[in-house]
Write a protein that binds this ligand. Structure first.
Ligand code: NAD
Ligand code: TYD
Length: 336
């Protein structure tokens, strides 16, 4: 199969591209990424030179280029991972979130329709459901109630995907996953930010009381779930993906500090995020019963492997913090 992966230079996208190349030795993967601040080709060094892998620097909002890529590479499936993904940035300004997450998805749906793409997988988030109280979990039937501009843009995209499937017969599916962690996660998100700050003996900024709950899933388990839905999911269906692994932010941060041997005095309570969702928890029984997917990585194993990864790849995140990673691909393109 020839698969177009969008946003393949980001955190989940790069993990997905690498896993698809290794799990499916006959597949060709085309990665379209605009290389925003979150896109980093250093994540894909392992794929460079692989004849089954092509990188195209482009914006998913650019219909003409999307058409050219689909035609030139005889694309059969699209996995749309590209997005503006950080809640805090969407609070500062929502325009790019609407452009990429809503506009870009619509461009890809139109292209999928025109080229009769066989599979369109929209990678969405549990944040479209809003916030839970102390009890209950999000099922696929939970009404959409996005609270942040980021979540609202993802919910809008989900509705367009379902509408294109219903109206135009685009063979689309949606996944909604809980919070991911693992290698190559940009150090603006909770886990990598806390690891990087602790390693630099900088304060760890905890929003509000630190008791907000997230349901953490290792990115390798998310990639395995995407693979299962891409190949075996039922068109027009939403699949929730989660780790059944709820932790408060403070619990996560204390585990990180303990593993790094750093003092809890680094924890610094700061002003809460506006509109901060209190709790996310996912009921993933549909994907488990229909597709046989199950998380394989426990949080304890996954978090300690992730902390080790950030320790062993210090230059990777230091180059991000210093902005040097942008130089890497600027030079690479100038030399080509
Ligand atoms: P990320 O910010 O690390 O990566 C996003 C990638 O998309 C970057 O490489 C960026 O350059 C690219 N991109 C952005 N705008 C683009 C555009 N207009 N055209 C082409 N490329 C563009 O994000 P992530 O954490 O890897 O998340 C990826 C997807 O997974 C998002 O759709 C997000 O909603 C979803 N998701 C993330 C999580 C999580 O915990 N990180 C959980 C559930 C779902
Ligand atoms: P984040 O990684 O931004 O993911 P999301 O908001 O999409 O769930 O944040 C995870 C949790 O950590 C969330 O409750 C906000 C909190 N948080 C902090 O307390 N401090 C921080 O510096 C960051 C980035 C997040």
């Amino acid at each position: 199969m020839n698969v177009l992966v969008t946003g393949g230079a980001g955190f989940i996208g790069s993990n997905f591209v690498l896993s698809m190349l290794s799990k499916h030795p006959s597949y060709r993967i085309v990665n379209v990424d605009k290389l925003t601040y979150a896109g980093n080709l250093e994540n894909l060094r392992e794929a460079e030179g692989n004849p089954r892998y092509t990188f195209v620097k482009a914006d998913i909002c650019d219909r003409q280029t999307m058409d050219e890529v689909i035609r030139e590479h005889a694309i059969e499936a699209i996995v749309n991972i590209a997005a503006e993904s950080h809640v805090d940035r969407s609070i500062v300004g929502a325009a790019e979130f609407v452009e990429t997450n809503v506009g870009g998805t619509t461009v890809l749906l139109d292209a999928a329709r025109e080229f009769k793409i066989k599979r369109f997988l929209q990678v969405s988030t549990d944040e479209v459901y809003g916030s839970l109280g102390p009890e209950g979990k999000f099922t696929e039937y939970t009404p959409l109630h996005p609270n942040s501009p980021y979540a609202a843009s993802k919910a809008a995209a989900d509705l367009l995907v379902l509408a294109y499937q219903h109206t135009h017969g685009v063979p689309a599916l949606i996944t909604r996953c809980s919070n991911n962690y693992g290698p190559f996660q940009f150090p603006e998100k909770l886990i990598p930010l806390m690891i990087a700050n602790a390693l630099q003996n900088k304060p760890l900024p905890v929003y509000g009381d630190g008791l907000n709950v997230r349901d953490w899933l290792h990115v390798a388990d998310h990639c395995a779930a995407l693979d299962a839905v891409l190949h075996r999911g039922k068109e027009g269906t939403v699949y929730n993906i989660g780790g059944s692994n709820e932790k408060t932010n403070l619990e996560v941060i204390r585990l990180i500090l303990r593993q790094l041997g750093k003092p809890e005095s680094l924890i610094t309570f700061v002003k809460d995020r506006p509109g901060h969702d209190r709790r996310y928890a996912i009921d993933s029984s549909r994907i488990q019963s229909e597709l046989g997917w199950r998380p394989a990585v426990t949080f304890e194993e996954g978090l300690s492997a992730t902390v080790r990864w950030y320790l062993e790849h210090r230059t990777w995140w230091e180059r991000i913090i210093s902005g040097e990673y942008k130089e890497y691909y600027r030079k690479m393109y100038e030399e080509r």
